[in-house]
Design a protein around this ligand. Structure first.
Ligand code: MOS
Length: 750
């Protein structure tokens, strides 16, 4: 923790005005100099290495493992299998709440997907553990597998984290039947894997009934809860450090099964154990975005107004759990159709359970929705942007609620202006560059709900006038520590340097989950409130002390500024924090805050971040090779705490949109159920050469409803809208409407 506490704070700024400053990352220097310690960098005394052996079949049972051969290896210490795995206090298949994903923790010899852990080999070295895992030479009884979407489907109880699978406003059937124009199209999106640079890893050491853990996680408190449940120990016995993550993208939201196996292994051998997944092992047991087949039907009036909209999603879940990609939800909020119907159906197939991956639902759902909206615009003879503006939702269509704020119109305007959209030709295949390549321009609308979880924070002001703020927040690379530190410093009326900010440990107050793009809003609100609380307590001390220049100032009001409390009506009258505490004989004064959505605001308003993405592609007319040559994204996500971090989130999201549109796809072998490209050589993601110069435009929004800070969330919205904008640009360039992602040469040739 000492290294974390002494992180450099980036640029120096004026006190009390840290929010809104484009500070560089606090942890940037540590990262570029290799001093940032990730979980797998920890090497406690006597650490042993564990390697997971994984199933090569997708369904059946493990008939034999050559445990004797593995144990005969001189450096292998133990082989953990279903036969000798220590008992757990909770069945790994128990599901006590929707966020609790079922795990494969060697509970039996069944294989439920390719890549499932079937044994763990613990050895003195990583090499020996790897060799031991190979020596197990499993024999299987394999059963027939299904990894497609054509099996029997069912309506799940809920989608995503507990949203209803079906929703309707108005009467879709009647409205659609009475529409002068109708559009129907089916879009498909592939399975995608998070592929964080840092594999899922863990270093665990037991001391009696207490366990000390280093692991990357987006949810420290959730992880503590899972460990407590599995091992039947109290939460205070569990200490998890997660100062840095090499990316999470949702896959580290809930602890992964293999990480729990590392803890079990450490208990079994009575020594610290390190377990790190290989790249290939990240395709299976650590969740992914499931494929989807989405059918949309739109009714359009003569004037181009939408009359009816239906969005059906068919998506897989595993044989043993229930998460599906909730794509249809993207159609609840974007376009003003008087009748909307959305639904989801699930199919059980032989895969690891899908889960949260970067804008779960909205990313894949908007890819399909933005395509079909583009189809409708063309059928109506309208410019795609004009069509979107005509069907602009002034209230949330599915619920009728007003938006807490919505500057989407400004996003469209500013984005279009910067992109030069007015020069777009209407007909597809009508624009070329100077080299004769086909050029296409497309637009997509971006949207993501402004989610909040629950968080706590602790604040202290010390007798030396400095401050401390604590919350167990997670920096996955998105810059949360920097942005939260800014909120913390402003909450105390101090500079960044005067405010010590601690995060990244389960020993600190629960910061909620770093997911749903809600971390800054949630943990930030907790910090803000903790600041208010400690300043209020300090004010109490001062205004009731007749030796203070603030004595009796309670009625006129006191503000905290530059490390001083001053009278609101006369800022020259006041005193420093340290003086107040010293006179009271206190070494510090403490405050607490909680961050959560106000339920009445949530009841009365729909809360979303919005954006508009404009894409240009260039396509070789003979070879059909596609390049994204320009992307402009304008986003409105409430108040921006740190424009540099937020811009960087949008860049990342838009690059992921390029990836979604043109590159990413996990390919299953239909016979074996195995993923054929479980590596970064064949699972394509963009490199710099695939990324054009990107432009982001930050549109300011004042939102009095989302939370006291006015923060919505910027993490995931960039991927939404972008894939659709690129696909629409490909259509505009070539005249070929592709309805399957990623778009490949094969879709365009012929
Ligand atoms: Mo995100 S998919 O909530 O990390």
């Amino acid at each position: 923790m000492s290294e974390i506490a002494s992180l450099p704070t980036g640029s120096r700024v004026r006190q009390g005005s840290n929010i809104g400053q484009p500070l560089t990352r606090r942890d940037g220097l540590l990262k570029v100099t290799g001093r940032a310690t990730y979980a797998a960098d920890n090497n406690p005394e006597g650490v042993l290495h564990a390697v997971v052996a994984t199933a090569a079949i997708a369904r059946g049972r493990v008939a034999h493992l050559d445990v004797a051969a593995a144990k005969a290896h001189p450096d292998v210490v133990e082989v953990m299998t279903p036969d000798n795995r220590p008992p757990l206090a909770l069945d790994p298949d128990a599901k006590l709440h929707p966020f609790m994903f079922r795990m494969d923790l060697l509970q039996n010899d069944r294989v439920r997907y390719a890549g499932q852990p079937i044994a763990v080999v613990i050895a003195k070295t990583l090499e020996a553990a790897s060799e031991g895992a190979m020596l197990l030479a499993p024999r299987y009884e394999a059963e027939a597998v299904d990894v497609g979407l054509d099996g029997e489907s069912f309506v799940p109880d809920a989608v995503g984290p507990g949203a209803p699978a079906e929703a309707e406003s108005g009467d879709f059937d009647t409205a659609f039947a009475g529409s002068p124009k109708t559009i129907e199209a089916t879009y498909e999106t592939p399975p995608q894997y998070h592929n964080a640079m840092e594999p899922h890893s863990i270093v665990a050491s037991w001391d009696g009934d207490s366990v000390s853990i280093d692991m990357p996680t987006q949810g420290l408190a959730m992880a503590v809860g899972r460990v407590a449940g599995l091992f039947g120990i109290p939460a205070e016995n569990i200490h998890i450090r997660s100062p840095f993550l090499g990316g999470g993208f949702g896959s580290k939201g809930m602890p992964a099964g293999p990480q729990m196996l590392g803890i079990i292994a450490a208990k079994m051998v009575g020594a610290p154990v390190k377990l790190v997944l290989s790249r290939q092992q990240m395709y299976g047991p650590v969740s992914h975005r499931g494929q989807t087949r989405q059918t949309l039907r739109l009714g359009v009036a003569e004037d181009g107004r939408l009359t009816a909209m239906e969005h059906l999603t068919l998506a897989p879940t595993s044989r043993f759990d229930d998460f599906i990609e909730p794509s249809s939800n993207a159609s609840h909020s974007l376009y003003a159709a008087p009748a909307i119907r959305t639904s989801h159906k699930a199919v059980r197939i032989d895969i690891g359970t899908p889960g949260f991956m970067r804008a779960p639902g909205e990313a894949s759902g908007s890819a399909a929705l933005e395509g079909v909206i583009d189809e409708a615009a063309f059928a109506a003879g309208m410019d795609p942007l004009e069509f979107r503006l005509l069907n602009y939702a002034e209230v949330e269509p599915i619920s009728g609620k007003p938006f807490s704020s919505k500057a989407l119109r400004e996003c469209y305007e500013k984005g279009a202006e910067s992109f030069g959209w007015a020069r777009r030709s209407f007909e597809p295949r009508s624009m070329r560059d100077k080299d004769g390549r086909l050029v296409g321009w497309g637009v997509g609308t971006a949207l993501f709900p402004a989610v909040m979880f629950q968080a706590q924070a602790r604040a202290a002001i010390r007798a030396d006038g400095s401050g401390l703020m604590e919350t167990g927040a997670h920096d996955m690379g998105q810059g949360a520590w920097t942005a939260l530190h800014q909120i913390a410093a402003d909450g105390l009326g101090l500079s960044m340097e005067e405010t010590e900010f601690r995060a990244g440990s389960s020993d600190l107050p629960d910061a909620g989950i770093a997911g749903g793009s809600g971390h800054t809003a949630t943990a930030g609100l907790a910090l803000h409130k903790a600041g208010e609380d400690v300043i209020a307590k300090l004010t109490e001390l001062a205004v009731n002390d007749e030796r203070s220049p603030l004595y009796g100032a309670g009625n006129v009001g006191v503000v905290a500024r530059n490390g001083r409390l001053v009278r609101q009506d006369d800022e020259s009258r006041g005193e420093g924090y340290g003086d107040i505490l010293k006179r009271a004989g206190l070494s510090e004064i403490e405050g607490h805050g909680e961050g959560a959505r106000d339920p009445s605001a949530a009841e009365s308003h729909a809360m979303y971040a919005h954006g508009a993405v404009f894409a240009e592609v260039s396509v070789d007319p003979d070879l059909c090779q596609m390049r994204v040559t320009r992307l402009v994204g304008a986003f409105a996500a409430g108040r921006v705490i740190n424009p540099r971090m937020v811009e960087s989130q949008y860049y990342g999201g838009m690059i992921w949109g390029i990836s979604f549109a043109l590159q990413e796809e996990a390919v299953h072998d239909k016979r074996s159920g195995r993923i054929m490209n479980a590596n970064l050589a064949e699972y394509h993601v963009p490199v710099n050469a695939d990324v054009p110069s990107l432009e982001t435009i930050l549109i300011h929004e004042d939102d009095p409803h989302v939370n006291a800070l006015g923060v919505k969330g910027a993490g995931e919205i960039g991927i939404t809208g972008t894939a659709g904008a690129i696909a629409n640009a490909v259509w505009h360039a070539t005249g070929k409407r592709t309805r399957r992602f990623p778009i490949t040469l094969a879709d365009l040739i012929g």
